[in-house]
Design a protein around this ligand. Structure first.
Ligand SMILES: O=C(O)CCC(=O)C(=O)O
Ligand SMILES: [Fe+2]
Length: 379
C-alpha cells in the first residue's frame, strides 16, 4: 500500500507483480461515483466521469455507481424473483441443477451446512439489446456458451423474462462503462467495443442464507478477485460483501439504495499493466436475515486474447502478464465458497485453498464452483 513499494498479488490467473508508484489501497470505505453523464452527448461531461473513474480504479478498484439509469423496477423485479426462486421446493430447483446438464445451474447444499445457493445464467442473444435472436451464435471454440437451464414458467412465472431484461439492461450499462474506462485510460472511447461485441458474460442470483450470528464460522465466498473486465453487483439491504484494503483490513460494502457496486476484474489489471486494481473481496452473510446478491460479470468474448496494452508497457514497466486467450483459462479459475473464520482483518490462508472440480465437465458462462466443501456435487 505504501508509496513506491512493489506489490505482489494473487489473481485467479496466477501471481502478478507490479512496480510501486502512487499510494493504492489506502481506503476505509468505498467511493461513490455519479455516472449520470456516462452516456452524455458532451465529451467534456463524459471526461469528468472518466476522471473520477480513473482515480477510483487506480486506488481502490471498487466503487458504487449512482444515477446508473437502469429502472429501479427492473432491479426490484429480479430481486423479487430471486427470493421466489430460492423459496421453491428443492425438487423444483433441482430441475435446474448443475449436475443435470453441463449448462446453467442451481446449486446448494444444506446437508453439509453450506449456507449459500445460487442460480446462474450465461450470455444469450435474448439478453442482449444490441443483438437479434436470429443472429448467429457467438464463436465458441472453448465450448463455454450453452443454453440456460431455466426453471419451468409454471413454477415461477415471469422469472426468465425478468432475468433476461435485467441482464440486457446491465449489459447495456456495461458497454457504456467500458467506453468511459477507455476514456479514463486516454484511449479512443471505442477501443474495447470489438472485444465485447459477443461478451463473455454471466450472472448469478445468490442467496446467502440467514445464519446464527453467534456462530464463529460460516460458509461464504472466499477471498478472490474477479477474473473478467468488471462486475456489477446488485445487493439487497443485508450486509455481506467485504473488500480488502492495502492494510489487509476488510472494508464493508454497506448496501446503499439506488446504487450498484462495481469492481474491476483481473483483465483490467492486465490491460493496464498493474495500474488499475482488481481488488480482493469476499462475501459472508453478516446477519440473521436473508441476503440476496446479483453479480453480473462483464468480460471480453471467450475467444479474445488479453495482454498488457502497449500504452502501459515500457522498459521500466515490463508486461506483468503474458498474452492469453480468455476462454482458454476461464474454466480453470473457479470461485470457491468455503468455510470462513470470521476473524476480522485477517486473511485466513485457508480461505485461499482451491478445490478441485469433480463431476461432469461444466461448460458455459456459468458459475463453476462446487458447493460442497469436499468438492463434490449433489446428489
Ligand atoms: O455476493 C456478493 O456480494 C459478491 C459476489 C462475488 O464477489 C462474486 O460472485 O464474485
Ligand atoms: Fe467476486
Amino acid at each position: 500500500m505504501t508509496k513506491g513499494d512493489s506489490t505482489t498479488f494473487m489473481t485467479r490467473f496466477g501471481e502478478v507483480h507490479t512496480k510501486g508508484g502512487d499510494e493504492v489501497g489506502g481506503f476505509d470505505s468505498l467511493p461513490i461515483v455519479d455516472v449520470a453523464n456516462l452516456g452524455s452527448s458532451s465529451v467534456q461531461e463524459r471526461q469528468l466521469v472518466a476522471a473520477d473513474i480513473f482515480d477510483v480504479c487506480k486506488n481502490v478498484g471498487f466503487f458504487y455507481v449512482k444515477n446508473h439509469g437502469i429502472p429501479q423496477e427492473t432491479i426490484d423485479t429480479i430481486h423479487t424473483m430471486a427470493a421466489k426462486f430460492f423459496a421453491l421446493p428443492d425438487e423444483v430447483k433441482m430441475e435446474s441443477y448443475i449436475g443435470n446438464s453441463a449448462d446453467i445451474n442451481w446449486q446448494m447444499s444444506l446437508e453439509k451446512g453450506v449456507k449459500m445457493e445460487s442460480f446462474s445464467m450465461g450470455y444469450e442473444r435474448a439478453a442482449d439489446h444490441q443483438r437479434d435472436l436470429d443472429d448467429s451464435p457467438p464463436s465458441d471454440p472453448y465450448n463455454l456458451h450453452g443454453p440456460n437451464q431455466w426453471p419451468r414458467d409454471e413454477a415461477i412465472p415471469g422469472f426468465r423474462e425478468a432475468y433476461l431484461r435485467y441482464h440486457a439492461d446491465v449489459l447495456e450499462f456495461s458497454r457504456k462503462l467500458i467506453r468511459i474506462l477507455a476514456l479514463a485510460l486516454d484511449l479512443p472511447e471505442e477501443y474495447f467495443d470489438k472485444k465485447v461485441k459477443d461478451p463473455g458474460t454471466n450472472s448469478r442470483l445468490v442467496h446467502y442464507m440467514a445464519r446464527d450470528v453467534s456462530e464463529e464460522r460460516t460458509t461464504g465466498l472466499a477471498p478472490h478477485t474477479d477474473c473478467g473486465c468488471f462486475t456489477i453487483l446488485s445487493q439487497n439491504d443485508v450486509l455481506g460483501l467485504q473488500v480488502l484494503n492495502g492494510r489487509n483490513e476488510w472494508v464493508n460494502a454497506q448496501p446503499i439504495p439506488g446504487t450498484f457496486v462495481v469492481n474491476l476484474g483481473d483483465i483490467f489489471t492486465y490491460w493496464t499493466n498493474g495500474l488499475f486494481r482488481s481488488t480482493h473481496h469476499r462475501a459472508i452473510n453478516m446477519t440473521g436475515e436473508e441476503r440476496y446478491s446479483i453479480p453480473f460479470f462483464f468480460s471480453v468474448g471467450y475467444n479474445e486474447s488479453v495482454a498488457p496494452l502497449q500504452e502501459f508497457v515500457s522498459e521500466e514497466k515490463p508486461p506483468i502478464k503474458e498474452e492469453f486467450v480468455y476462454g482458454a483459462v476461464w474454466l480453470s479459475s473457479p470461485c470457491v465458497p468455503i468455510e470462513v473464520l470470521l476473524t476480522p482483518n485477517i486473511v485466513d490462508e485457508k480461505n485461499h485453498a482451491s478445490l478441485e472440480l469433480k463431476g461432469p465437465p461444466l461448460r458455459t458462462s456459468t458459475v463453476v464452483f462446487p458447493l460442497l466443501p469436499d468438492g463434490s456435487h449433489l446428489p
